[in-house]
Design a protein around this ligand. Structure first.
Ligand code: GLA
Length: 695
């Protein structure tokens, strides 16, 4: 059962660092927060050196005073455990707690997140500080929740300290029981990699050509995820025991961590840190990238963990580190737009990072709402506007949920395996990007769903009319069965190239691709080739003209079968060839097929999805915008719906730097302004409208 934050109004918050400022500033800061309808602050997550200035000596005075001041202003507080930043005394005395690079070089004091999760000493010291804090703060009326650590696996998500190697060995013993089973799982028969003693087994270490055994590399990520959760569990259990009245969360979505399992096992709800302006500095090689709107995809993954969640850190200005990160300022209106982007996708508590820009340290250019000078600026005004709006409309929206009838499926094993395996990893990013962009542009809300293969998934998947599972190279029999049942019951599923060629150990199956879904799709892969370098993507030829195809204005745009080509062989007479390769030695062979089965359909596309192909497929799969009968908007506007007992709200978010013209053919009330909207109207640059959709 997915865990949600469970608020009955939208809340605004901000991250605050009392230890960075003169105490004389606190009262005014808190007063101004409440004037802006900021009702929650997050504090404490990096303050270990203040809480425990030397081993076993505790001083909570500064935070007691800050909490009392917050309480006087009616602010609620989320308190962080400070374990992301071990103090200098700690790492100096116990260097075994430090994390190391793959060659064993220790990461020293001076940054943050420089510890490992395996060190028994670090676990012990973290348990002690967590208990001390929990005991000390448990009765403070301002505290409502705890944040565990800060951003597990941010900054680095690999761990190679001595204790990590030892913990990995233990984890493997538990998983495989015998060395023989381990050798088999890792295919060590190849290149004389066979282990004859557990002491020979390690996490990846430097290898020739940086090429670790691929099965080991997959287990490494699974281990890191389990180990992170085991580390977090120690704190969660202490907090549950000592202050059971408080809720528990943690923030951030990072690699090598099953955030679904973390949340299901330990948390009350998940929190995300949303910095859409990263899109301006890392936009990839797409010539028309989604930019900040791409964060809607990240937020969709978060929503799959907690349908209503917290954004613990929402970008509040240009981000910057002294040395590593520099980014442009959000344009006027963009911060507010991003706040509503979070809200559309399910956030009911949004906290800005941070109240005021730090004047010292690595993040002196990571701008908060307030500048160093503390005088009014446009970011503070923009946040105050959001605060006012939340106060007006928040109780109507909180608790409603994003709705979609198409989902993009993902799973951790393929994500982790695909980091090393260049034969499928890069295909997924390409295809998800193509699908997500086209769904966005067509105003078709979409979910992202993590597949685990169990019974709960079956129920969940039944909600969707269409599932897109782009390149599940690792496909278990259990997941294949689940999807077959989904199709039988009326769903449509579409797979892309390289599906099903590996089992969960990452072994290639001695079966024709797509392995466990071959029967469902009614095809096998007869031959295949990577499309790379001088080998160019062949043209596709659609074999039938669908109604959708005739209506597509840009029908003349040629579709190419990009990145990889599975050349398909039809195995079942119910299979229809929807498109074939039009070039290369396999011209005329099937490229895209559809098999009707039960009440549904199984589709297979032998390549990576491009936008042109997706554009065509959307029509053929029968996907449409749920608001098409009464609302027309240009591509630059994201349309999404939150729905629940309280009502149904259509969010229109204009990511463009120009105003967007929309056409509303049935009168609707804009919740934000109370205006009746009918006919042609505009959404200003970076503007937001929330229309109440009553039938
Ligand atoms: C992360 C961290 C914050 C801060 C911001 C900005 O999200 O959790 O402490 O460093 O990034 O860099």
């Amino acid at each position: 059962m997915a865990k949600s934050i469970g608020l009955d109004e939208l809340r605004l918050g901000v991250c605050y660092y009392p230890e960075h400022w003169e105490e004389a500033l606190w009262e005014d800061d808190f007063k101004r927060m409440t004037e802006m309808n900021i009702s929650t602050i997050r504090i404490g997550e990096f303050a270990w050196a203040i809480f425990e200035p030397e081993e076993g000596v505790y001083d909570f005075g500064l935070f007691d005073r800050a909490l009392d001041a917050a309480q006087r202003h009616g602010l609620q507080v989320i308190m962080g455990t400070p374990t992301a930043t071990p103090p200098a005394w700690l790492t100096h005395k116990y260097p075994e707690v430090l994390n190391a690079s793959i060659d064993g070089t220790l990461y020293r004091h001076g940054m943050r997140r420089h510890y490992n999760y395996s060190s028994p000493k670090y676990r012990e010291l973290c348990a002690i500080i967590t208990r001390e804090m929990a005991e000390h703060f448990k009765d403070h009326p301002a505290i409502v929740a705890w944040q565990l650590d800060n951003e597990f696996n941010c900054e680095t998500n690999t761990f190679y300290a001595e204790d990590d190697h030892a913990a990995f060995r233990e984890w493997l013993r538990e998983k495989y029981g015998t060395l023989q089973a381990l050798n088999e799982a890792w295919g060590t028969v190849v290149w004389s990699q066979t282990y004859t003693d557990w002491e020979q087994v390690h996490l990846p270490r430097p290898t020739v050509a940086d090429s670790p055994n691929p099965h080991l590399a997959l287990d490494e990520k699974r281990f890191i995820s389990d180990n992170t959760i085991a580390f977090a569990r120690i704190q969660a259990e202490i907090l549950r025991e000592v202050s059971p009245q408080h809720r528990i969360t943690t923030n951030g979505l990072f690699g090598h961590l099953d955030s679904h399992a973390l949340t299901d096992g330990l948390l009350d709800y998940f929190s995300y840190d949303s910095y859409p302006q990263f899109s301006t500095i890392f936009s990839g090689n797409d010539d028309k990238p989604l930019l900040d709107r791409k964060w809607s995809l990240n937020l969709s993954t978060v929503r799959d963990i907690s349908p209503n969640f917290c954004v613990m850190e929402q970008q509040a200005g240009p981000g910057g580190w002294v040395n590593r990160i520099d980014m442009p300022s959000p344009r006027p209106g963009q911060m507010r737009l991003w706040t509503y982007q979070s809200v559309l996708h399910g956030a009911d508590l949004v906290m800005y990072f941070r109240w005021r820009t730090a004047t010292v340290g690595t993040e002196i250019y990571w701008h908060g709402l307030n500048d160093y000078h503390n005088r009014p600026n446009r970011r503070v005004k923009e946040a105050a506007r959001v605060g006012k709006e939340f106060a007006e409309i928040g109780s109507r929206i909180a608790g409603t949920m994003y709705t979609a009838n198409v989902a993009i499926l993902r799973d951790y094993d393929n994500e982790w395996d695909g980091e090393l395996d260049v034969w499928h990893g890069p295909l997924t990013a390409q295809s998800v990007n193509a699908w997500y962009k086209q769904l966005q542009y067509r105003h078709i809300p979409a979910d992202v769903v993590n597949v685990r293969g169990g019974e709960p998934d079956a129920k969940l998947l039944g909600r969707y009319r269409v599932l897109i599972y782009p390149h599940a190279a690792i496909m278990t029999g259990q997941t294949a069965e689940l999807l077959a049942r989904y199709v039988e019951n009326g769903g449509k599923v579409i797979f892309g190239a390289r599906t099903g060629y590996k089992d969960e150990r990452g072994h290639c199956r001695m079966q024709p691709f797509p392995g466990p879904v071959a029967e469902l799709c009614g095809i096998t892969v007869e031959d295949f080739t990577l499309i790379k370098g001088t080998v160019k993507a062949p043209k596709l030829r659609w074999t039938s003209e669908s109604a959708a195809e005739q209506n597509v204005e840009n029908k003349s745009v040629q579709a190419f079968a990009e990145s990889f080509n599975d050349i398909l062989q039809i195995e079942d007479s119910a299979v229809e060839v929807v498109a074939e390769y039009a070039e290369s030695y396999y011209a005329g062979s099937p490229a895209l097929t559809r098999r009707k089965q039960g009440a549904g359909e199984a589709w297979y596309y032998g390549a990576a999805f491009s936008e042109v192909v997706v554009d065509e497929l959307i029509g053929r799969l029968g996907l449409e915008s749920p608001v098409r009968s009464w609302l027309q908007a240009p591509e630059q506007v994201e349309i999404g719906i939150r729905e629940g007992r309280k009502g149904r709200y259509v969010f229109l978010l204009n990511y463009g730097e120009e105003a967007a013209k929309i056409e509303v053919s049935e009168a609707r009330i804009d919740l934000l302004t109370g205006e009746k909207i009918e006919g042609e109207t505009e959404i200003p640059a970076y503007g937001v409208r929330i229309l109440e959709w009553t039938t």
